[in-house]
Each structure stands twice: as structure tokens, then as C-alpha cells.
Design a protein. Sequence first.
Length: 509
Amino acid sequence: MADTKREIERKYEGPAAEGDEGLPELTGVKGVASVIDKGVAELDATYYDTADQRLAAASLTLRRRTGGDDAGWHLKLPVSEGVRDEIRAPLSDDLPHELTGLVRSRVRDAELVPLVRLVSARDIRHLVDDSGALLAEVSLDRVRAERLSGGEGSTAEWTEIEVELADDGDPAFLDKVEKKLRKAGLARSSSASKLAKALGETAPRTKGKKVKAPAVEKEPVSAGDHVLAYVRVQRDAIIELDPAVRRDLHDSVHSMRVATRRMRSAFRSYGKILDRAVTDPIGDELKWLAGELGVDRDQEVLTGRLTQALDKLPRTLLSGPVPTRLSSWSQARRGGSRQRLIDVLDGSRYLDLLTALDAVVANPPLLKAAADDPSTVIAKAVRKDFKKVSDLIAEALERPSGADRDFAMHEARKKAKRTRYAAEAATAALGTPAADLVKSMKSLQGLLGDHQDSVMAREAVLELAAEAYAAGESAFTYGVLYGREEQRAAEAEAALPEAWETIGERAAV
């Protein structure tokens, strides 16, 4: 079973690290009571990647390491600068499935092969406070790197100093250590990791040919540039969120679902820029993925709403085992499972979708209007979406309160969401007007969303009441809940005209 460790560390290089005197003196660091010599550990790590180094390109590292106190398989996922999550699995001969799954969105069907071997002699010191608690581990690593593929036989050697913060330590402590190291002539390492340095140092050299510099992403100029920039961000979000969804991290499923909706909306809103003959089938697959991601999400939101409503009721209005029935009802309607979602992410349909998204970004199906001035063609697309929202709001306000108005308001909510996403994509091109429209549509979406949630809550309460009545329980509390949800819907409907008038006055895209 894999476990996770949050790793916060800094690496340093310079004359002091290259000398023979070992680690600089660190007893003068504020808060350090003593420096404990933990000896030298011999570490032997083999790093795996695809032949075209897809993991390295995403700053991911996957290795099998022996030696030290954490021998095993390690996958490091970037969190922020100097911060990574290290997912660990027991030492074995084969690549562990629990780690390879976490890189599947990057690797797809490509083979993971040994890329680089790093053998290190690690001279370790523990910095502890006056209670003996560990503050940080500082090590001087003498490293030998050997390229195993893509330039076989190339080697490199270097020495670096690594400072890793203790678990739950204060990151500010690293600044104190750094101040001491800088005085000793050290500077932050120019490489983000040992693997990055090894890849650079052992890269094959070709005589007579210049190494091609990495492509610099240009600033958006045309309408197509702006739309593709937005699409690219959503594609990247889906891929980057994949490991977090597999690890069931907070809000990851919802965030990936939003990214799929944003991209699908962009395809539909900007059909004059990206050929819908190409993007519509991809949009259908994005809708499928959003549905799989939301199998339990909508039920959780509904259950949470009813639970909060119950919590707010005076005890005198609580009749019968309502909380227990609500919990049983919710569990019975859960349609998904963690394993079901993992199976979706491991499946060929999902991987084919990622490949299709890559193709759209790499070879976009641009139409003639893509070359036009964004202030014209993008603004026109946003106005078109806004007009649809306006028509639906007018239709909803004309209808009497009831099922027909509920339906019209729900349709307006969906179009408001699409207009919001279209305006997001337009913000870089259109500036403040588009940004203001994003805020307006988000506000409208919230109002209409609360109304729709009330519709769904009332349906659920009626179902719960019927179950309770059939079981011989009191239905009184369900009637109270229904009445309160009815009131919330009425308040949303009453607020809509003024809210829409305010939005209409501000809409200037």
C-alpha cells in the first residue's frame, strides 16, 4: 500500500559543496540547539520515464531506490516551488500499479523504462531544538549519474547540499538555514532536482549542431490564439488533476469536472473559430467524463442541503427518525464508487479523450474567423451567448410560478454558466467588460442554482415523506422542510427581476 509524505526541501551548490571539508557549521542557526551526525548513507536510485521523457517534462519523478531508511518506490508530484508530495510504495522488482496509475494521464500507453541511475553517498546531519525535536535534515550528497537510455553510458558527478524540513515544520526555518549557507558561499541549485541535473549533464552532445531552445509560448494575438490559450489551460488542468482525483484529494473531482465543462463550453461558444465538426465529438466525450465525475457529486450536494436544513430546525419541529432516514436514502442512491472512477480513468475511452484533446491543442481545427481581430469575433460570440441567457430569463419571468418557470430558470442557469465560461476565455482579449460579465454570470448562476437546488430538494423531500409514511413514521417534518424549500424558491424568483436588471445595465461586451 502506497503512503504519502509532503516534502519541503531546498538544494544548494557552490564552492563549499564541492570542497572536502563537508557540511558547513550550522550550530549558529537560530533555534538549533545541536547538530547530530547521522553518518553516511549509500543510496542507489534508478529513475523511470518514457523514451520521450514525459514525466520529466511535467517535473514528475518516479524512482526505485535502495539504501537509507526509506528504500522503495517513490513518485514525486510537484505542489509548488520547493514542495512536493512523495508517494511511496514498498520495494519490489516491478513497477507498482498504485504509482503507475498516478502518471497514466501523462504516460498513456507508452512504456516506462529505466532512464538514469543515481548513486549517492549522503552525509547526513539532523538539526534539533532544545527539546531534541527534529527541525530539518541537512545532507551533503556526492552524486554519480549514469544515463541508461537516450544517451547510454554518459556519466556525470557533482556534489550538492540538501535541506529538508521536518514533518509539520515551519517553512520559515529554511530561510534561517539558507542565510547560514549563503554566508558559507552556497547558492540555490540551478536544477530543480537531482534528476533534472542528471538529465542535463548526461544529455547526448551532437557535434556541429546547436541545441534547439525550448519554444517560447507567444502572447495571444488573434481570436484563435485567445480561444486556444483557454482550451490549453483546461486540457492541462484535466491532465494535472488526474493524480489528485485518483488520490481522492479535496475538491479534485469537482475541479476536473469544471475543467471539462469549461472546455466543452468553449467549443460550443466559439464554433466560428474552432470547427465543430471536429470539436463536437470531443465535446460529447467531455460530457461523458463530466457525468462520470459527477455520479455522486450531485447526490452529495443534495444531501448536504437537506442535512443543513434539518440542523437549522428547532427540535420541536423534528418528528420521527428523519436524520437516519435521510442518511439511508442518500447511501442507497449513491451510484458510484472510488473503484468505478479509477476504472474510468484507467480505461481506453478516457485515454483516447486525452489524446484527442492533445490533438486539438497541437493541430487546432481553426476556421477562417480564427485569424480575425479578437475584439470583434470573440465579442460577437460572447454577446450571442448573453442574448440566449436574456431570452431565457425573459421567458422565465413571463411564466407563472410552477414547473414551467422552474424549467425555464434551469435552462437559463445552464446558459449563464456557458456565458460565464465564454467570458472567461474572452477576458484576456476584451479586458474589464469580459471580467465584469464573468462576475455577473457567476452571481446569476448562484441565484438560479439555488432555485434549482430547491426544486431538486423538494422532489427529494416528497420521496422521503412517502417512504416515511409507508413505514408508519410521521411525515410532519418533511412537510416543514418542503415548505421552507418552497419559500427559498419564491425568494429566488422574487430577486430575479432586480438582479437581471442590474446585470443588463452592466453588460457591455
